[in-house]
Design a protein around this ligand. Structure first.
Ligand code: ATP
Ligand code: MG
Length: 468
């Protein structure tokens, strides 16, 4: 598949801290304040925006932003970041409405995957596949990649050594891990997301013509802050999918116990812990990643990914190599400007260097959390970014454009145009990933079953009819 639709869903952690003497608000209460402008405008807390994205409150109280369908690498990074800006605007608004009611509270939104109570919330990637792809058999080859991918795109986490079940290392030592999500995956491949937490979700809901397409739902990833980490996550996964579809020869590396492996790999920053394969041998995470990278080199050398964005892919492959070298040599600072876990680890080491505190010190837990605070100038990632200490993929104006406008190259463009036109014409509408519908039923519902089609005369007709 040459072009490929990708979308990223991000659930955010939300909390508030009251000022002096102020009562603290429960998560449900803050989420209500947070969604108030959305509910006022749409009478719902599950909406699609002009930029083609979906914004909603799922079970629990984690606001979720799902990007529009993107088919470009830089484009998906811009739309992922646009989500942060949209979520932060709502947080600022929530603080203002709280203040107007005499409640002095700051609202914090975290683009991370674990809270202090040991709960986990996701960042899901969606990749369009051809209908003919056999997801289960492909999974055997894909799982070793997904299990070891945290070396190149983990968000980093201090894993407390204290007992307390989920999220604690069994050896009792507090450790710094590659991944936020690794401790919370329970299954290799399955069709359920919530209960069994599989790495790959096979639920067959393509949001498209099901005779032509599948949507692969990957729920094993961390939410990323640094643009190059998001880029590398998506580009490397797309490259691997493309190779598997092309039948590129790959060494068999079937992991014996994927869930155990992902945790073991996460807890070993050297990347050298042996992981059991089904054939009785072992490989290390570094070796598995090197196999995939070598295969990618061969694939690109044989004319793979001959497209306009080839330079972006080459940038990713170079970075991929640098990250593996850094893990191997232990010189993590070499990639601290590019990869989230290394950026976070550098901040932690700096504080340890100044103060001598141990890894289990609350001050470092605070850094682990504040790294993901999305408020510009307050969150630690944002501070690093403003100082030019982390690399970028897109510019602020590009993020702003993605905040206002849907991707022009996919069906999201049609959704965006329809929502803007219906809003301007003051017509109520209902929209989902596939359908565009005027609520009063006077006009025909349009079903956009081809996610690649950015133009459609039926939508032109629908929009023209709106004003009449
Ligand atoms: N055909 C497709 N192929 C790949 N990605 C798609 C396709 N259609 C939509 N997407 C992307 O999939 C994501 C769907 O997000 P959404 O949160 O609605 O997920 P869901 O899995 O359908 O539902 P939920 O999260 O409510 O369980 C979006 O980011 C969207 O851009
Ligand atoms: Mg979702």
């Amino acid at each position: 598949m040459i072009r490929r639709i990708v979308g990223i869903e991000t659930e955010f952690g939300i909390t508030s801290v009251g000022g002096e003497g102020a009562r603290s608000l429960g998560p449900d209460e803050i989420a209500r304040y947070f969604f108030r402008p959305v509910v006022e405008r749409w009478r719902s807390s599950n909406v699609f925006l002009e930029n083609g994205s979906r914004l909603y409150l799922d079970v629990g109280s984690h606001p979720e932003y799902a990007t529009a369908e993107c088919d470009g690498l830089e484009q998906i990074v811009a739309h992922d970041r646009a989500g942060e800006r949209i979520i932060d605007d709502l947080a600022v608004h929530a603080e203002q409405s709280l203040a107007a009611e005499g409640i002095d509270a700051k609202v914090y939104l975290y683009k991370n995957n674990t809270d202090t109570a040991g709960n986990s919330y996701g960042s899901h990637e969606n990749y369009l596949l051809d209908r003919s792809t056999q997801v289960r058999s492909m999974a055997t080859t894909l799982l070793p990649f997904l299990v070891s991918r945290q070396l190149i795109c983990g968000a980093g986490k201090i894993l407390p050594g204290t007992p307390a079940g989920v999220g604690a290392a069994e050896d009792g030592e507090t450790t710094f891990c590659f991944s936020q999500r690794a401790e919370h995956m329970w299954d290799g491949v399955s069709s359920a997301t919530t209960r069994s937490r599989p790495l790959i979700n096979t639920r067959d809901e393509p949001h498209a013509d099901s005779t032509r397409f599948r949507r692969m739902h990957v729920i094993v990833g961390d939410s990323n802050m640094i643009e190059t980490t998001t880029l590398l996550k998506v580009a490397s996964t797309r490259l691997v999918l493309e190779m598997l579809e092309a039948g590129a020869p790959l060494r068999a590396m079937a992991i014996a116990h994927p869930v155990r492996a992902i945790r073991e790999i996460s807890r070993d920053l050297t990347g050298t812990r042996p992981v059991a394969l089904t054939d009785g041998t072992t490989m290390t995470a570094l070796e598995i990643q090197r196999e995939f990278l070598a295969a990618v080199h061969r694939h690109l050398g044989r004319g793979g990914w001959e497209r306009d964005d080839r330079p972006v892919v080459e940038r990713c492959v170079t970075l991929w190599e640098r990250v593996l070298d850094a893990v191997e040599s232990g010189d993590h600072d070499a990639i601290a400007g590019d990869i989230d876990w290394a950026a976070k680890l550098r901040l932690i080491r700096q504080v340890q260097g100044r103060t001598g505190v141990e890894l289990d010190h609350p001050r470092l837990a605070q850094i682990d959390l504040t790294y993901h605070d999305i408020r510009p100038g307050r969150g630690l990632h944002s501070v690093l970014e403003r100082r030019g200490l982390v690399s970028r993929v897109v510019s602020d104006p590009e993020i702003e454009r993605a905040r206002q406008n849907a991707p022009e190259t996919t069906r999201a463009a049609l959704r965006g145009r329809f929502i803007s036109a219906a809003t301007a014409a003051r017509r109520d509408y209902t929209v989902d990933w596939v359908h565009l519908k005027v609520a009063d039923g006077t006009l025909p519902t349009v079903a956009l079953t081809d996610p690649f089609a950015a133009e459609d005369p039926r939508v032109d007709g629908l929009i023209a009819a709106l004003g009449r």
